[in-house]
Write a protein that binds this ligand. Structure first.
Ligand code: GDP
Ligand code: IMO
Ligand code: MG
Length: 437
């Protein structure tokens, strides 16, 4: 697998971290290509002595946990330098080697004023808020598109850095003080803060696009790991209730400098049900349902945000969304995660289409307004009661679990190659080998 992308097929938290970790040992490079520390990936690794180590990663690619693999922060990422070194220090304290990390000189940095603007804008929006993670992601990408962003390479030229910060603050201080009634930032303080990281980050910085290109030319393998997911993508998601980056497979190319012609495999990570954090439409949402299935999924699945601790909104599997994600990303294989969470349910609903004002929609409605009014059309599948967390092969799964997975595969637009039956790396049923050299 020369270049493979891993993308989220729903609204995030599908288990991308675990899937990346699963593939980590067979790849040479793992690249984060979008987003920043709004992501939260949990990776659970069983140690040789049988104990379990749990890691929560935000900014660093999950490949950082795999010895021998080079983790890369690509040009499409926005970097909070304080968080970068906090995460590195925390991993080093747990004896994880982070020395191979490489960072694109063209990645943008999240300045303090953008964190402040993210928070105050959300408060100002009130009922129209997005429910962001408050990490400064949106304002930093807005600066990038607006051509007033600060890039990693600017840390190495103080004159340029100062000029750019001055330019950005001219407008931002007006906004903060005159619209939001907050204190502004001084150029000196922002520049000093950013420069304080320059020496430490310098050895990690390079032309990551060239690095990856040369690696591919040598026949090495590159895994591009998305933050967020298809329905949170700024172009293809439920805009405006999205993040501000390209989380789909197209973004894997622009966010890393790897051309589309090099991408040979796109792995979509999809949960056996659906969750969402923050605001925005979610047709199969169950929260507040009288039968308590939403609460069941949240508890059984441990559906609380890794980044903000917020309870995730929960609902049934939505095949319309999965099909959409398969199409937008060109998914070649799905990894179906958290099948174990559904154990014990008598019957499991799956949304196969939407009803919008009496009209049946097999595909995502063209207009967001219709999506807000979409009522799921459900098909029901028998559940199973056997504990499946120890299953490792397709044949070990109970017949009803196999039938459920087979039905999802039929509806979702790509084959299901791996089934997650628990959080640990080993708790996976491999149906088709994902590693194709
Ligand atoms: P990501 O953001 O896509 O990397 O996903 P998160 O880490 O935010 O959320 C996925 C959660 O599900 C994590 O706590 C994982 O440890 C856990 N997880 C992943 N796969 C499975 C699975 O197959 N079964 C169970 N029970 N948990 C899983
Ligand atoms: P991973 O990589 C789930 C959501 C936020 C909010 C919206 C915009 O762990 O799947 P932002 O701070 O990005 O401007 O917030 O996007 N969001 C996520 N939801 N998983 C994530 O990442 C998310 N990253 C952002 O809750 O609704
Ligand atoms: Mg997550």
């Amino acid at each position: 697998m020369p270049a493979t992308a891993i993308i989220g097929a729903q609204w995030g938290d599908e288990g991308k971290g675990k899937a990346t970790d699963l593939l980590g040992s067979s790849v040479d490079y793992v690249v984060k290509f979008n987003g920043g520390n709004n992501a939260g990936h949990t990776v659970v690794i069983k140690q040789a002595d049988g104990s379990v180590e749990k890691y929560a990663l935000h900014l660093l690619p999950s490949g950082i946990l795999t010895a021998g693999c080079t983790p890369v922060i690509g040009n499409g990422v926005v970097v909070d330098l304080a968080v970068l070194f906090e995460e590195i220090d925390a991993l080093n304290a747990r004896r994880v080697d982070t020395s191979r990390l490489r960072i694109s000189a063209s990645a943008h940095v999240i300045a303090e004023y953008n964190k402040q603007l993210d928070k105050v804008t959300e408060r100002f929006l009130g009922s129209r808020r997005i429910g962001t993670t408050g990490r400064g992601i949106g304002p930093t990408y807005a600066d990038k598109i607006n051509r007033i962003g600060i890039r990693i390479q600017d840390l190495f030229d103080e004159t340029i850095l100062r000029a750019k910060v001055e330019g950005a603050l001219e407008l931002k201080n007006q906004t903060l003080t005159k619209i939001y009634n907050r204190r502004g930032f001084t150029v000196d303080a922002v520049v000093a803060d950013l420069l304080s990281y320059a020496d430490r980050v310098a050895p990690m910085v390079c032309d990551t696009g060239l690095l990856l290109h040369e690696a591919l030319d040598r026949g090495e393998t590159v895994l591009l790991e998305a933050g967020q997911a298809t329905l949170l993508d700024v172009d293809h998601g439920t805009y405006p209730f999205v993040t501000s980056s390209s989380a789909t497979s197209g973004g894997a190319c622009t966010g890393s400098g790897i051309p589309p012609t090099r991408l040979t495999q796109v792995i979509g990570i999809v949960k056996a049900y659906t969750t969402r954090v923050g605001e925005g439409p979610f047709p199969t949402e169950l929260d507040g349902d009288p039968e308590g299935y939403g609460a069941f999924l949240r508890e059984a699945g441990g559906e609380f945000g890794v980044t903000t601790g917020r309870p995730r909104r929960c609902g049934w599997y939505d095949a319309v969304i999965a099909r959409y994600a398969a199409r937008v990303n060109g998914v070649t294989d799905f990894v179906l995660t958290k099948l174990d969470v559904l154990t014990g349910l008598a019957r499991i609903p799956v949304c196969v289409a939407y009803d919008v004002d009496g009209v049946r929609h097999q595909e995502m409605p063209v207009n967001q307004t219709d999506f807000h009014h979409a009522v799921p059309v459900y098909e029901y599948f028998p559940g199973w009661t056997e504990d499946i967390s120890g299953c490792r092969t397709w044949d070990e799964l109970p017949a009803d679990a196999r039938a459920y997975v087979a039905a999802l595969e039929e509806m979702s637009g790509a084959r299901i190659s791996v089934i997650g039956v628990g959080p640990e790396r080993e708790q996976s049923v491999i149906v088709h080998d994902l590693v194709r050299h």
